[in-house]
Design a protein around this ligand. Structure first.
Ligand code: DOR
Length: 424
């Protein structure tokens, strides 16, 4: 089967490519990229659309096993491809946790059954994510876990974290750090500052994040391991990461769309859909995160898609669980807020959403190189639409962007040469 993507703007930062061209797909691989290609069984007209390497969301929570009413690997993969993602990496804070070979294999099996996006498990650093004993890291790596993380919690004991980093290095996998010191963060439910004081809500300080970014970078330096800092939220963290990278450490960082478009001011509504960990911070932090993206300090945008059941999330702010869904809104928010406002070029955005996540995780994709897998996202950058959470593929509805007018969305999502999503 030969499929031709005709006449799109082909943007592939891995090859410094940004030009109008055709892309020919054969047997699930990229067969040719160039002008006036022919000989296909099927043609998709990509005139006026951007053709990019398949987008990769390296930070999602799919809730399976354990909380299938919130999300399953099948519903999560459907949401992923609708959002333009051809691959996602899912966090191990499931019930039970993904802390052994069999549980990682289960993720691959369910993803294969779903037949939409590629889903890669992230194994936990510690057994049951308790922060005490290392999990079966060798077995997890053998089963294909792409990284290790206790996301949702910081590994409180630095010696355990040091050993986790050391083991991860043996398997050449990155450790993805959730950076929030539990003692400093305490029982806070939003950013600590003037707004939390006025609202009478307990706050989580920025230092609770920054001190762990610092600690984990130091441990990564000692062990020579690769560290990826998840969901950065504060200006101080960006600066610490910037300095570490300048010193040549193997550290990378990620930011979620909600931290680049929202601030703690939104919490004044007491809407639990503005509650997540780390919390939304100030305008100064938001601007520093955007600057981090612009200057290359932050290499990845990831959704931190965190589905929660309605009956648990739609309660008083102080009692709601942390997290918001995001796979179906990353692309429009990034196109609207970052490209639309002239902050990033499309090529820079594709690097953040595809090239760099593929490099960090060491997974196929992230490029339209001939011979590579035909994971492709065709993006309509000009399509203006309104986000309606009732239409999401995700099983959950905890989205803070409902009703937002945005621009840009996936028109076609292609995984291994097969069309797994097209805009109706
Ligand atoms: O807000 C969050 N929700 N932050 C996390 O780190 C975990 C996530 C979840 O699993 O709900």
């Amino acid at each position: 089967m030969r499929r031709l993507l005709r006449g799109g703007r082909v943007v592939d930062p891995s090859q410094e490519l940004d030009e109008t061209a055709d892309v020919l797909i054969e047997d699930g691989k990229i067969a040719q990229v160039g002008p006036n290609l022919s000989g296909a069984d099927e043609v998709i007209d990509c005139g006026g659309l951007a053709v990019t390497p398949g987008l990769i969301d390296m930070h999602v929570h799919l809730r399976e096993p354990g909380n299938a009413e919130e999300e399953t690997i099948a519903s999560g993969s459907a949401a992923a491809v609708a959002g333009g993602f051809t691959s996602v990496a899912c966090m191990p804070n499931t019930e039970p946790a993904i802390d052994n070979e069999a549980s990682a294999e289960f993720v691959f099996l369910q993803a294969q059954r779903a037949g939409k996006a590629r889903v890669y498990p992230i194994g936990s650093i510690t057994k049951e994510r308790k922060g005490e004993e290392l999990s079966e890291m060798a077995g997890l790596a053998r089963a294909g876990a792409v990284a290790f993380s206790d996301d949702g919690e910081t590994v409180r004991n630095p010696e355990v974290m040091r050993r986790g980093l050391l083991y991860a290095r043996m398997f050449d996998k990155p450790v993805i750090a959730h950076c929030e010191d539990p003692d400093l963060a305490g029982t806070g439910v939003m950013n600590r500052g003037v707004v939390s004081m006025m609202l009478g809500l307990p706050g989580r300080s920025r230092e609770s994040e920054e001190i762990i970014v610092h600690r984990d970078m130091t441990l990564a330096e000692i062990t020579g391991s690769r560290l990826h800092v998840a969901h950065l939220s504060s200006a101080g963290s960006v600066e610490i990461l910037r300095r570490g990278r300048e010193r040549g450490l193997a550290v990378t960082g990620e930011v979620s769309p909600h931290h680049i478009v929202l601030t703690e001011e939104h919490v004044r509504s007491y809407d639990p859909n503005f509650r997540m960990r780390p919390p939304l911070r100030t305008e100064k932090d938001r601007k520093a995160l955007i600057e981090g993206l612009r200057d290359g300090t932050i290499g990845v945008i990831a959704s931190d898609h965190a589905p929660h059941a309605r009956e648990r999330k739609e309660v008083e702010f102080a009692f709601a669980p942390d997290g918001v869904i995001g796979m179906e809104t990353v692309l429009p928010l990034a196109v609207t807020e970052l490209i639309g406002k002239g902050i990033l070029t499309l090529s820079q955005l594709v690097r953040l959403l595809s090239t760099t996540p593929a490099e960090i995780l060491g997974i196929p994709g992230g490029s339209l190189r001939v011979g590579g897998p035909a994971d492709v996202t065709v993006i309509d950058l000009d399509s203006a639409w309104k986000i309606e959470k009732s239409r999401f593929r995700s099983k959950s509805r905890n989205c803070p962007f409902d009703g937002w007018e945005v621009k840009g969305r996936a028109a076609w999502t292609i995984v291994g040469g097969e069309v797994v999503f097209s805009l109706e």
